[in-house]
Design a protein around this ligand. Sequence first.
Ligand code: BDP
Length: 717
Amino acid sequence: MTVGSPAPRILQGEDGYRLWLRYDRVPDEATRSKYASLLSHVVMSGNSDTLSVAGAELQHGLGLLLGQAIPLATHAAQAGAIHLGTPDSSELIREAGLQETLNAVGAEGYVLTRAKLGLQGPVIIAANTDIGLLYGAFALLRSVQTLSPIEHVHHVSAPRIRRRLLNHWDNLDGTVERGYAGFSLWDWYKLPDYLSPRYTDYARANASLGINGTVLTNVNAHALLLTLPYLRKVAALAQVFRPYGIRVYLSARFSAPLELGDLPTADPLDVNVRKWWQTKAQQIYDLIPDFGGFLVKANSEGQPGPHDYKRRHVDGANLLAQALQPYGGVVIWRAFVYDSAVSEDRHKQAYLEFVPQDGEFEDNAFLQVKNGPIDFQPREPVHPLFGAMPETKLFLEFQITQEYLGNATHLVYLGPLFKETLGADTYARGPGSTVAKVVDGSLEGHSDSGIAGVSNIGSEVNWCGHPFAAANWYAFGRLAWDPALSAEAIAEEWLRMTFSNDERFVEPARSLMLSSREAVVDYMTPLGLHHIMAWDHHQGPGPWVDQGRPDWTSPYYHRADLVGLGANRTRSGTNAIEQYAPEVQACYADPATCPEELILWFHHVPWRQNLKSGRSLWQEVCFHYARGVGAVRSMQNTWESLARYVDDKRALHVRSLLRVQEKEACAWRDACVQYFQTFSQLPLPEDYEEPEHSLEYYRTLTRYYVPGIPERRFGRV
Ligand code: BDP
């Protein structure tokens, strides 16, 4: 060390492993003792693995929060007791006058209350099943973690959507497709004998949100997964997750009967293929009695599927659905289907493929539809399939992992994006036919429903890479339970539990989170631009990418020319708008009514045409890119003022990543603006910050070993 240089400092602080289940001691003593007087011991009626984990979580969590031991006791009818029970297991619950409320909350809902027994009585967690009690226990913990009052608590909650799933894109070799937080959590090699304690923490975190299913493996599936040795590994994981109400699902490779060498074909109408899947289903259910079902990506991006045999998607889906039917399993068939050999606008292809098959899917088959028609872009209009297939149960698929939103290096809170989709009106049955109502089944009266989020979880100690990325796992889970929750409220809960309840921290940090999604839209793909990212790894800008299959190039989507910018999807263009309800069509068809945030998605707009702001399109494009960079800089400033409320380790982690984000936001801005300028041939606005590098520099920039690339191909840019 040279004289005068600052002494090296060992950073103190948290590694983020505990996620939002930190249970740090409530700092204020008076508040703590108030809680302690109401929550001093746990009384459980009944006996099950699920009840045991609920009790253990309460003892552990409240013990830490309140700084005192929380014993298990038997006497429930007094203040200080937390009583957990179902009408079947507990007399106290039967007599608490909750029957009507419980009738309405179904198998997974719960009631957290004191109301019926008065203020001298215990805190009651009542449900119809032990899983409901576990969810209620987490709700109570959340209340204390966020310092919500519980003296008069009366909280009734039930999930709106039945299947709430994470989709992992984890490969059997331990890599994670589009994963930016290390490698897979699943240690396939050591399974089934070694069970990492992390599997239990994964289950706890999911159960705390109400996530009740997990697809363990990549939709680009491996047939090996369906062999007995691997199914035994899956069964071991299923056993860890079971007490937490989490069912295991698997991605199924359509050509498995062929690839595993059992049959000469995988034709869905072949009787031997049918038998093969029936036998496979039986084998799986022998090992995993509560197996959820299969998720299938077929005839998309090179995956095998029924088209290989000149059959339809519905033939493939029904083949698997029928095999799973005797055991109560479901097939979730992905609608992410497009083909470069088809000359139609990619936006339209899934709709054209699937709408004619509406009504033909088996009862236990779902169609899983991405939130937008292209591919998880920072902003997309809603997928036209929502509202267009009334007789088919539609699963909604979000991407939690930030493939197109800066990976795990950018702070982007996805709550507003999720809400934008869920709240979008399809007009399928008149105004108010929101995507949330399509997905929860209420619009068409479906009794089963589902939602999936492509996971951002990996082996990194803090699970999701960026200290703020866990907020997106959290927001997905909370919205899957209740799509009506607000992005603001969810952000606030998460912040309080993850960082601090200090009001001086919570409010500004929440604003920072809420502004972050619009920031990324601005510096990456403003005004409805989309799919202009770098080739293959999708990290960084690439509006110039024009090699390879046309629907993987950027000009296919931005259509920049000397006249203007944007894709004409109106009647005079590809007419993709015709796939929406007339009300939606009318709105998108006219540039005057089309929301400006999507204008270039649907219209080719002349560079010199004025937009609502009075700026020309060219000026508006420059304005948005610059605004995005500005927004990241204000996020940096906000974080500087908040860092004092956060431990040094996490404060520094976020600060360093924000620096990277600022650099990358500038790169997006400068690369895109300079590229589009070659078409507009107009000068940069006067106050525009001098680009750091030339367009040529960005064009020729090569990134090696970007995480998350399928098969980790070296040197592809
Ligand atoms: C794309 C990803 C690709 C996935 C595909 C999918 O780039 O890695 O396999 O989505 O959803 O966005 O199947």
